[in-house]
Each structure stands twice: as structure tokens, then as C-alpha cells.
Design a protein around this ligand. Sequence first.
Ligand SMILES: Nc1ncnc2c1ncn2[C@@H]1O[C@H](COP(=O)(O)OP(=O)(O)O)[C@@H](O)[C@H]1O
Ligand SMILES: [Mg+2]
Length: 460
Amino acid sequence: MNTSVISVRGLRKHFPAPSGGVLPVLDDVTFDLYEGEVIALLGKSGSGKSTLLRHIAGLLAPSSGTVHYRGEPVTGPNPGTAMLFQSFALMPWLTVRQNVELGLQARGVTAAERRVRALRAIGMVGLDGFENAYPKELSGGMRQRAGFARALVVQPDVLLMDEPFSALDVLTAQALRNELLELLAHPDSPTRTALLVTHSIEEAVQLADRILVLDTDPGRVRAELRVALPRPRDRRDPGFEALVEDAYEALTGRRDTAAPGAAASGTAGPGASGPEAVVQDLLRAAGPLPDATVEALTGLLELLDTRGGSVEPAALADALSYAVDDLMPLVEAAQLLGYAKVAANRLHLTVTGRGFARADILPRKHLFAAAALANVPLIATIRTLLLASGSGRLREPYLIGRLRGHVPEHAARRQLATAVTWGRYAELYEYDADDRVLLLPAEQRPTHAAQKPGRARRRR
Ligand SMILES: Nc1ncnc2c1ncn2[C@@H]1O[C@H](COP(=O)(O)OP(=O)(O)O)[C@@H](O)[C@H]1O
Ligand SMILES: [Mg+2]
């Protein structure tokens, strides 16, 4: 861990001030980022964190001082780095795969290789089934996974992250933080070194090997904290809490316990129930399908697991600064899938739920597929209809029509939207938003089925 990958020496940066003169933003910043290390750069808003990151990426030139990447001075875009932003910066008119390929295009990789590498990166972050989705079809957590894929696809030596979790709700952010650690720690990962900009103390303590606290006006390294806690880290561990306090003190100059900041999620209440025909029985058995994303659900189950597998929903909502109403669809989804049970006014993680919470990204999808088929009649019905159809395709308006016979149109749409997202995540089917069709994954599609000529090419 002692090869310096990024070396910053005496870095100063000032910008022209609007009123004339200069605005000093960074003042004499010096540090090294070592191979295999994750540094969190913690500082208040306006302390120059993004500015420092842009110097390391080679997008800004220092007023004085230097940045070196593996011994070479950085004088233009740094080829060893890739950047992950808070606002996932996905091009809305491009599919997930096309967005992920962007970074490779800029590096002159051939189209054929771009595709292979993009699909591999998409798989790595658990987005298979969404290759051809457009950003607007994705939840915030999924968009940020696409952001991960786009940053990781170039196999950067160093991953630079600018507040990558701050636009997400608490549970989603928590699930994605764990996934990020898993991705970086994976033995095959070419990317093991990272610099994370954050204003969240807990995030810094959870993810980093070392925390640099940046001063404001102008920014300079005010304190350095080593985080030697074993992983996975538990935020209720006394060592964790002590470090949070140290970092809080370094950041504010005061000794106090930091209030965990949190954002509310935007999930809505439960839908209604469903429908008829060959699949009549299945659809008749359909209960409400809660409006919950897989990311937030994962976050909830992981949290339950770290709390010993049982918690009061009200306390949970409190701890997360979620409104209880926002938490309800997640709790319902966890119950529906057999991952949790409510008893004696507590939410308990089931054995299956624990298995899911502790599984790696890929096995997790398979567990989810099994749970969804067994417990979500609408998903099982869609899968049955797809397998029974000669073409392996099913039009969305047809499904909505069937559902609408039994529930109001808006509920039908919402339930189908959830079923589409869950089923896609589980790789039970794919979805083409242009044509509004659900389809079996390519390798399961009947070979004799007529493909629409122009489409098959785009989807591969
Ligand atoms: N291109 C620029 N021109 C002038 N001022 C800038 C520029 N970029 C950043 N600043 C100023 O530098 C300071 C630090 O900004 P930034 O690095 O974005 O902080 P942080 O990411 O820590 O919130 C802010 O006062 C900001 O207004
Ligand atoms: Mg910033």
C-alpha cells in the first residue's frame, strides 16, 4: 500500500473574483493517494473539494504546485482516472449501453469492443436487462449504477467520485455504497484506488481507509484521520462512533455527535389488485404490488441485517428520516417477497431475507428472481404469458388492458411499472420502451420467432 498513485504537492488555485482580484480556493494542498487505498475528502460546501478533484482529473491547471499520476506530471486530462458524479450525467437520448460506451468512445476503442466491455460493466453493476433502457425509465439508484458502469468500463486506475450518493435516498445510498465497496474489493477489479468527495461524515467513515478534512476559505488539509476499522463496518460499533466524532470535530472545530443527515424518498402508497383467462387464476391471486425500487429494498434488508434482524418500523423510519408512509411500500415489498415478517410490532428479517441481504450482486439477482416468481403473481403471470407466446413478446398496452378490468387504470400502470422493473432486475424479461413490449431475454426467445429486423441489431 505504499506506491503513490496520485501525488499532490503544494497545490494552490485561485479564480478571478467577480469584483476584480482573485478568489483563493485551494491553498497549499499536499497529500498522496496510495495504491489500493480509498481516501475520503471531507469538507463543507464551498471548501474546494470539486475543484481539487478536477485538478486530479487534469481538467483544471493549478495556479501553483503540482499533481503527479504515477510519477508523471498531470498537464491535461488524466488517463489514469475516471470520474463519477452526483448527477449521473446520463444522456437522456441514449440507452444505458450507449451511455456506458461513451467513455470508451472518447478513448478510441472500436465499436465491437465497446459493446462487449459495456455489457460486461453493466452486468458487473447489476443492470443486466436494462441495457436498452433509457435513463428516464430508471430509478435514481439504477441511474447511479449506470454511472458506476460508465466510470468503471474504462477500467480506471483511480476512481474519482464527487458526492456520488448525495442525490439518493438513504436506503438506496446505503445499498449502493456497499456495492461500490464490493466492486472495488473484487479480486478481478482493475480499479482498487479511489478518491471520494463527500460532505457526509458517516459515509467517509464507512468507506475510507483515510479521511482528509478540508478547511474552508481557502481549502487546505486541516486534518487527516486513519480509519483502521475492519470491513464490513457497523455504524453502531464504538470505534465507528468515535471516528465519527473525531471527524466531526475536525470538520467543525466542535466536539458533538453529528446528526445523521438524510433525505426522504419519493415512494407512494400501495396499489390495488389484479385480473383473468388462462392466467386468470394467477392474476386473481395477485395482491397489491408496492411501489418500491429494488435498491431501496436492498438497503432496507441490509439495514435490518446489521440491526440484528429485527426492528420496529417506526424506529426505522425515525433512524432513516423516512416518513413512515414512505417506508411502507418497502416493508410491504419485503413481506411480499418473503424477505421480512411483521410480528409483535417489529419487522423481522426471514432466513431468505438474510440470504438476499448477504448475497453478492449476481447471486442476489437469482435469489430475487426465485422470490419474485414464487410470490408476485403479476410477475409470474407475465413470465408465463411470455413463455407461452410464440414470439416471446408481450405488448404492454395488452397487459394494462387486462389489469384494468380489475383495478383503476393508474393503479394498473403503476403495478405494471413495478413488475417491469423487478422482473428486469431479476432478468426474467426485458423491456423495450420504444415499442412498449416486454420480451424474454434474448437467449430464451424462441428461435423461430420473427424478429423486427431493425431492432435485433440494436438490442444485441
Ligand atoms: N470556475 C470557477 N470560477 C470561479 N470560482 C469558482 C470556480 N469553480 C469553483 N469556484 C469557487 O470555488 C469555491 C469552491 O468550489 P467547489 O470546489 O465547487 O467546492 P465544493 O465542491 O467543496 O463545494 C466556491 O467558492 C466556488 O464558487
Ligand atoms: Mg462540490
